[in-house]
Design a protein around this ligand. Structure first.
Ligand code: COA
Length: 258
């Protein structure tokens, strides 16, 4: 079904593994399409409650866009590539299920942009982050100029974007680029631990949180108003009734996503 990624659902979590280890999981056009399709296929799949994206091997999450592929691109082809990258990352950002990037090594250029489009980031101790595009005479093409500043602040972002400096896992943690740093052999387990908590919560509330948080950054929409409206809407949901009832009856809620 997919040419460049492996997919497996375990305990209601879809694991997507970028499977180009010999190229440090560089993102070519096919990889962007495969990831986008895998993510979009979960949108209406109630059996999937979360997604983990990682890279094959122990060295790289993704070392960027596939430089070999785009080396000879025209302006039109370059523009199209960027649009396709944006579309894939938007599909992740807007995914109604939480997406965690499990960063198992280099997250450079498009790799870091892919990680930043996920809702959370967990990395292994050997991870390295950066936007080295200026080394190639280009700029980030998959929203790196936007999301890096959102996550670590404009001053730090501009320094990394302009110097192409790489930062290590601990610095990424200090900057707020990642949520957790763990030994490599505990990387997926840490993501699963986060999902174990989220899976007990009401699915509609989880999707709503993603929409409201995203609204702040997109289209200059007012996330506060969206939150107010969505909060009100929950009063008509079955899960709201079940959730409040369960609390009052001192038992665990059994949410149905309705
Ligand atoms: N695009 C295409 N191929 C890539 C790649 C990329 N972004 N990053 C790595 N590769 C390939 C290498 O060409 C090499 O392929 P080969 O074995 O056929 O020669 C293979 O992956 C292994 O990479 P290599 O450079 O030999 O590993 P290394 O340990 O010496 O260096 C990096 C690791 C990450 C520092 C180095 O690969 C690198 O700088 N990659 C490009 C990072 C980048 O600029 N990304 C932004 C792109 S816009």
């Amino acid at each position: 079904m997919y040419q460049t990624i492996l997919t497996e659902v375990k305990a209601q979590v879809l694991h997507i593994t970028i499977n180009r280890e010999d190229k440090l999981n560089a993102l070519n056009i096919q990889t962007l399409a495969d990831i986008k399709n895998a993510i979009l296929n979960t949108y209406d799949d109630a059996s999937v409650r979360g997604i983990i994206i990682t890279g094959a091997g122990k060295k790289a999450f993704a070392a960027g866009a596939d430089i070999a592929e785009f080396a000879n691109f025209t302006v039109e082809e370059g523009t199209k590539l960027s649009a396709e990258g944006h579309a894939t990352l938007r599909a992740i950002d807007n995914c109604p299920k939480p997406v965690i990037a499990a960063i198992n090594g280099f997250a450079l250029g498009g790799g870091n942009e892919l990680a930043m489009s996920c809702h959370m980031r967990v990395c292994s101790e050997n991870a390295k982050f950066g936007q080295p595009e200026v080394n190639l005479g280009i700029i980030p093409g998959y929203a790196g100029t936007q999301r890096l500043a959102q996550l670590i602040g404009k001053g730090r972002a501009l320094e990394l974007l302009m110097t192409a400096d790489l930062i290590d896992a601990q610095t990424a943690l200090n900057f707020g680029l990642v949520n957790h740093v763990v030994p490599q052999d505990q990387l997926i387990a840490k993501c699963e631990e986060i999902f174990a908590k989220i899976k007990n919560k009401a699915p509609l509330a989880i999707s709503s949180i993603i929409r409201c948080a995203n609204a702040y950054y997109e289209k200059r929409a007012d996330g506060n108003n969206l939150e107010i409206n969505e909060f009100g809407n929950f009063f008509g949901s079955e899960d709201f009734i079940e959730g409040t009832k369960a609390f009052l009856e001192k038992r665990k809620a059994d949410f149905k996503g309705k």
